[in-house]
Design a protein around this ligand. Structure first.
Ligand code: UT7
Length: 328
């Protein structure tokens, strides 16, 4: 080890889970003034998965967690921490993460949730990295898991056709690095929020206000306007912090909200779509689950390989947004 030796949070496993029920766009056209053509052309979404009534966010998360443990080839007892990024917890408390901990039979370590809506997984990675770099934990599982179907207003065609349910998980492990961008693991993080934009994307219920779970409300055009500009900027900032140029990027793994946003962001970064993992057609917008789902699918399809430079970027309610650059 050199004098500049650092600890890096390196991905050693990924996994995902999608509920069995697949809902094609045509199903909405039966009850709403909408069409497959409108949904595909405006969002790129063709279908999404919805959880069964007795299937909760923690159940989706646990399936994804088991898949990631199998992929990493490690026993659950070797995890030090579980972080779940979600805005749709089973209960107000305890955290989904502690429920997953119990469902996995893990009796040691610690677990907690992170709530940054669609940017939740990026925030989760940042938390895991901090725990690993500080020496607080050696192996951390970060899960994004959501059941957004539970907070849809089924009479609002401008939102209910866009979201889906699912979960994805990655396991990060402390490994020594040299402190350069040649290291594997998380290389840089760029996080932002601006609470002045609350009204463009929120849920109109909650524990201390209405006492109900509420329904998602979104001014789509406004969010869209913020998205491309802020996503390209945060990805660019994270690359700069890592000391990398855009041409070093092997894969962009964006939050999967809208194909037009994904395309626009890639274009602003000067990257072609063959460098972007896209799952939005099959998953819809699964909020905090969308990036780990796309990472796991990208690995399973043989696209993302060890040594690749991967950029994840997301924006959502808050507004909260950010990017993480890592070498796989
Ligand atoms: O994950 C968190 C971040 N979220 C996002 O990134 C979402 C960002 N926003 C978007 O993805 C897009 O703004 C949407 C997909 C939500 C909407 O696309 P848009 O091109 O911005 O359409 P729009 O909201 O301007 O609506 C255009 C028209 C409107 O009709 P008028 O006013 O032009 O007559 C809407 O009423 O489309 C109408 N419309 C629909 N028509 C058929 C809205 N929803 C539907 C629908 N089917 N489902």
């Amino acid at each position: 080890m050199t004098q500049n030796a650092v600890t890096r949070a390196v991905v050693i496993g990924t996994g995902h889970y999608l509920p069995a029920r697949v809902v094609p766009n045509a199903e909405f056209a039966a009850t709403l003034d909408t069409s497959d053509e409108w949904i595909v052309s405006r969002s790129g979404i063709e279908r999404r998965h919805f959880a069964a009534e007795d299937e909760h966010t923690s159940h989706l998360a646990t399936h994804a967690a088991r898949a990631a443990l199998a992929n990493a080839g490690i026993p659950v007892e070797s995890l030090d921490a579980i972080i779940v990024a979600t805005s749709t917890p089973d209960l107000t408390f305890p955290s989904v993460a502690t429920m997953v901990q119990a469902q996995l039979g893990m009796t040691g370590g610690f677990a907690f949730d992170v709530q940054a809506v669609c940017a939740g997984f990026v925030y989760g990675l940042a938390n895991a990295n901090a725990l690993i770099v500080a020496g607080t934990a050696r192996r951390v599982m970060v899960i994004g898991a959501e059941t957004f179907s539970r907070i849809m207003d089924w009479t609002d065609r401008s939102t209910c056709v866009l979201f889906g349910d699912g979960a994805g998980a990655v396991i990060l492990e402390a490994q020594p690095g040299s402190g350069t961008s040649q290291d594997r693991g998380i290389l840089s993080i760029d996080l932002h929020s601006d609470g002045r934009h609350k009204d463009v994307l929120f849920v109109d219920g909650g524990v201390s206000s209405t006492g109900t779970a509420g329904h998602l409300r979104m001014l789509g055009k406004e969010v869209f306007r913020h998205a491309i500009e802020k996503l390209a900027k945060t990805a660019d900032a994270a690359l700069q912090k890592a000391g990398l140029e855009a041409d070093a990027v092997d894969w962009i793994v964006p939050h999967q909200a809208n194909l037009r946003i994904i395309r626009g962001t890639a274009q602003k970064l000067g990257l072609t779509m063959d460098k972007v993992i896209v799952t939005v057609a099959d998953h819809g917008n699964t909020s905090a689950a969308s990036i780990p789902l796309a990472l796991s699918v990208g690995v399973a399809e043989g696209k993302i390989k060890p040594g690749d430079i991967v950029v994840t970027e997301a924006i959502g309610g808050g507004l909260a947004w950010g990017a993480v650059v890592l070498r796989w």
